[in-house]
Design a protein around this ligand. Structure first.
Ligand code: KIV
Ligand code: NA
Length: 265
């Protein structure tokens, strides 16, 4: 078995084949998704909220993404693993971006990196691609800019829609192999997907994208509290795990675990 490559994803778009992508933050979860045939796993900086207990993605460090990415690579045989460049690891400019991305490629073994922004991240994307590091771009709602942007649908209205389309083309021209579209109107995501030859990966962007990504803890029902409307919940892990933990606690308190078959003599 060989790993999925960015060339495979380009070929899928040519054939009109859609593909799924999930986030992963640890080796065990990643191995489950790899065995289930998920071809692309993103070590997202959503690890901030979903794995590390931060309020947002903003505090996540490159060291943290490097550790989590290495675990996801170790847990998988087939998936393309993409490391998310966290806030502050590429905004200073292309040289900083190359240093950060190189760490994820060399230390963690990721096959690609992702960064937020189209035109504003153009020099970063160009240098990384020229150095041989595949880059995925991320447009629409970009959570690293939560302090200026908030969490709301992006690309509404003609001006914002045109800007997003320009950003997508800029990312493609800079050599990006794909573009995440987060929380944008479906009609706009369709237009971007038709205008680009590289795949679009939607999250809260409707059915017209070439691929779809979800945060794994959201789609598995592990996240506490409300999840966004665009998430479909495929499992109820929070209640499954909570019930199991309560049953274990009650067994221990009631001295019904361990049973004879769990003991050694
Ligand atoms: O960090 C993340 O999980 C992401 C996806 C939502 C695309 O960037
Ligand atoms: Na992210």
């Amino acid at each position: 078995t060989r790993r999925v490559t960015v060339r495979d994803l380009a070929a899928a778009k040519e054939r009109g084949e859609k593909w799924p992508m999930l986030t992963a933050y640890d080796a065990m979860t990643a191995s489950v998704f790899d065995e289930a045939g998920i071809p692309v796993l993103l070590v997202g900086d959503s690890a901030g909220n979903c794995h590390l207990g931060y309020e947002t993605t903003v505090p996540v460090t490159l060291d943290e993404i490097a550790v989590l990415s290495a675990a996801v690579v170790r847990g998988t045989k087939r998936a393309l693993v993409i490391g998310d460049l966290p806030f502050g690891s590429y905004q200073e400019g292309p040289v900083q971006a190359l240093r950060s991305a190189t760490r994820l490629v060399k230390e963690a073994g990721v096959g690609a990196v992702k960064l937020e922004g189209g035109e504003r991240s153009l020099p970063q994307t160009e240098l990384l691609v020229s150095a041989g590091i595949p880059v995925m771009s991320h447009l629409g709602l970009t959570p690293q800019s939560v302090n200026t942007m908030g969490y709301r649908v992006q690309g509404r209205g003609d001006e914002d829609a045109h800007r997003l389309l320009r950003d997508a083309k800029a990312a493609q021209d800079a050599g990006a192999f794909g573009v995440v579209l987060e929380l944008v109107p479906e009609e706009l995501a369709v237009e971007v997907s038709r205008s680009l030859h590289i795949p679009t990966i939607g999250i809260g962007a409707g059915a017209g994208c070439d691929a779809q990504v979800l945060v794994w803890t959201d789609m598995m029902g592990l996240t506490s509290g409300k999840v966004p409307r665009f998430v479909k919940q495929y499992a109820e892990l929070r209640s499954v795990m909570g019930d199991a933990a309560r049953e274990f606690a009650s067994d221990v308190r009631g001295a019904t675990f361990p049973a004879p078959e769990h003991a050694f003599h």
